[in-house]
Write a protein that binds this ligand. Structure first.
Ligand code: C2E
Ligand code: CA
Ligand code: CA
Length: 568
């Protein structure tokens, strides 16, 4: 004889809790074919039985109105007990109004009294048991051990079941912590893990409550699927506030992307891709907690996909080109050309001119920026070479170094290689690094910048005033030039406060003993005021927009005539 027990031959245990003997008998009769049935006469008896004896039950069928302890109280007590909570409860009721309350208290389904057809009851019980067992299998073996939410692979498995059980519309939500890597770096992995756990808890408390499924996908990405809500009100603000309060760090910013009324025809993975599009749109926008996915976002995402696909061809076929915008020294008797900034341009054969404001952030987010920047550096080096050969002058060019490039261990070799191939040295390039990159990873940046300066490169801090550098931080960052962001210039002659800010930046530069380049100067009055304040250099439409290299030669010629350009 086979000594192993065949699990299929074992009946699952069901507990019927009802004070009326007639109900217990009828229901017991219906279920006894499929279940090993036990009875309790009221909530208290059931509770004692379940907590004192083993937890071998797969299902509880619960009457609501009973003496000693009624069904609602039983549900409440069950909620407190982690083990008990795992046993699904089907409520038996004759009143519709009791359903909502029971669902809130954690019941899974209903059977109406007087009892319906036996097949219906059995089918309901089976469905609930199956669902609950799948859940607990997932729960016991397939959880993310840190947060207790599902792990990603099993989430999608369970999502499928959840979606097929839920008849109404569903929403998909992606949550992400802004600059999570910084928390890890600054406060240690432990603190990072604590925050992840906290976010998972808050997702359960604030977002899920009774309904929905959630997982931690990777790192600090959380996925949630739940019944559709028209209005999320201040759910995410509350989540953010609770996070600030419980973590004790007010600066952690959590953002959510919501794809409402998901299209059930497309796979679940796509629901979250769409929610993520909305989530990514508010990256770094600390004023906003959540955004919704829409058709127009979808169109934008497709547009971005197109750009990503086309970038290599754009380089090969010269749809990407480099324009140059002159920078002029303004402190002498008349302005003098001092250098140029290399700015990339994309003339797409089908989509027309595409602004770098569109594709630079996109390429920064997926690493393509390195390819693009390499291309620009190379073009710029060849251009400096040509100008040297043609005019006998050195026009140094500022190239933009993206925050992503900073992490490239080959950065120095690449730049030196490009310059060397054109017969140039680090004197011919200046490197513009945006201020916000310093905030991203100060320590790494200082290291790289120090090293590059050691090689002879001059470093310009770009878009100064848009980041969060403290004075303290600035004194420890080695830079050669401050580029004041153009938003300060825009209003400097229109309102007193902007003018004060410009003065303040000039003071900071004086304190740091570095020259200032003012960007976005369009009017003579701005230039004059800046000159009086001691600003050394100006870049802006006042002198010229960024232009193709051929057009830039006009500025070189003019300056050669003045005889002031450094000879090569
Ligand atoms: P940025 O480095 O701050 O570059 C200055 C931007 O201001 C340029 O916009 C330039 O055309 C514009 N600008 C200059 N003078 C004026 C003015 O008087 N008025 C106004 N309204 N605008 C002026 P552009 O070329 O659209 O570039 C936008 C941003 O894209 C750049 O900002 C830079 O961050 C990024 N970028 C451009 N080319 C490259 C590149 O080759 N590599 C990288 N990594 N980033 C680039
Ligand atoms: Ca720049
Ligand atoms: Ca700038």
């Amino acid at each position: 004889m086979n000594e192993f027990i065949n699990p299929a031959a074992l009946k699952r245990k069901a507990l019927i809790v009802d004070d009326e003997i007639i109900n217990r008998t009828i229901l017991g009769h219906i279920l006894s074919g499929s279940y090993d049935v036990t009875y309790a006469e009221n909530g208290q008896e059931a509770y004692d039985m379940l907590t004192e004896q083993s937890y071998g039950f797969s299902l509880i069928l619960l009457d609501l109105i009973m003496p000693v302890m009624d069904g609602f109280t039983f549900l409440e007590k069950r909620k407190e007990d982690e083990e008990l909570r795992r046993i699904p409860v089907i409520v038996m009721t004759s009143e519709k109004s009791a359903e909502v309350k029971s669902i809130r208290l954690g019941a899974s389904d209903f059977i109406t009294k007087p009892f319906e057809m036996p097949e219906v009851i059995i089918a309901r019980c089976e469905r609930i048991v199956e669902l609950s067992e799948n859940t607990s299998i997932i729960r016991s073996t397939k959880n993310d051990s840190m947060t207790g939410l599902y792990a990603k692979e099993f989430f999608y498995e369970y999502l499928h079941q959840y979606a097929s059980l839920m008849e109404g519309s569903l929403d998909a939500v992606v949550l992400n912590i802004d600059r999570f890597h910084l928390i890890n770096e600054l406060s240690g992995r432990r603190a990072g893990n604590r925050i992840l756990k906290l976010v998972a808890d808050l997702i359960k408390e604030v977002l899920l409550r009774q309904d929905g499924v959630a997982c931690r996908a990777e790192a600090d990405n959380f996925l949630v699927c739940l019944l559709h809500r028209e209005d999320y009100g201040d759910v995410f603000i509350r989540l953010q506030e609770a996070l600030a309060e419980r973590s004790g760090s007010p600066h952690i910013h959590i953002r959510a992307g919501i794809y409402q009324n998901v299209d059930r025809e497309v796979p679940g993975e796509l629901w979250f891709d769409r929610a993520k599009i909305a989530c990514d749109r508010i990256r770094g926008d600390f004023m906003r907690q959540a955004d919704f996915y829409s058709e127009s976002l979808h169109t934008r995402a497709l547009f971005h996909e197109r750009l990503i696909n086309d970038v290599q061809e754009a380089i090969d076929k010269h749809h990407l080109t480099v324009f140059y915008q002159p920078k002029y020294k303004i402190q002498g008797s008349e302005p003098r050309l001092s250098s140029a900034e290399a700015l990339v341009r994309w003339q797409h054969p089908e989509l027309g001119m595409i602004s770098p404001g569109e594709f630079i952030p996109l390429f920064e987010s997926n690493g393509l920026i390195q390819k693009l920047d390499n291309f620009v550096w190379n073009e710029a080096a060849l251009q400096v070479r040509r100008w040297k050969d043609r005019f006998g002058v050195a026009v140094p060019v500022s190239v933009n170094v993206s925050r992503v490039d900073i992490y490239d261990p080959e950065l120095e070799n690449k730049l030196i290689g490009i310059l060397g191939a054109a017969g140039l040295t680090p004197d011919d390039f200046m490197l513009e690094i945006t201020e916000t990159a310093y905030a991203d990873n100060g320590a790494r940046l200082v290291e790289v910048v120090e090293h590059m300066r050691g090689q002879g490169f001059k470093i310009e801090m770009d878009d100064f005033g848009t980041g969060y550098s403290s004075l303290n931080m600035l004194t420890s960052i080695p830079i050669d030039v401050l580029k004041m962001d153009m938003k300060f210039i825009r209003n400097m002659l229109r309102d007193e406060k902007s003018l004060r800010l410009v003065e303040l930046i000039m003071d900071i530069a004086k304190f740091l003993d570095v020259p200032v380049v003012a960007e976005g100067v369009e009017e003579e009055a701005q230039l004059n005021t800046l000159r009086q304040m001691g600003c050394e250099c100006i870049q802006g439409y006042y002198f010229s927009k960024p232009v193709p290299p051929e057009d830039f030669e006009v500025f070189i010629r003019e300056d050669v005539v003045k005889g002031e350009c450094a000879t090569a």
